[in-house]
Design a protein around this ligand. Sequence first.
Ligand code: FES
Length: 113
Amino acid sequence: MVTADWLDIGRLNEIPVRGSRTVQVPGGEEIAIFRTGDNRVFALVNRCPHKAGQLSQGIVHGHSVACPLHNWTIALATGEAQGEDKGCTPVVPVRVDAGRVLIARAAAIAVAA
Ligand code: FES
């Protein structure tokens, strides 16, 4: 069920497989919503923890995304940089309901504050 707590950002089918789309949450920062090859959906602030590259422009592989600027690998579930790299991008709760993608509105605003 869609409530005021969840922001409907569109149909799952509108997000390309192994791709992403972005949404600007009023009062918050731009959020990137990723769809993986196995149809999982993840939402993160659209900002790499390294030097703020736009993760939405990166390449999705498995449950990670490679930042387009310097190729850090960011885990989509946790926002953590992988391997030797250190840093974390805030993640936002996301769910799919009847083919529509919903993100937690309050969390999206809080992580961006
Ligand atoms: S800004 Fe993302 S790896 Fe440098």
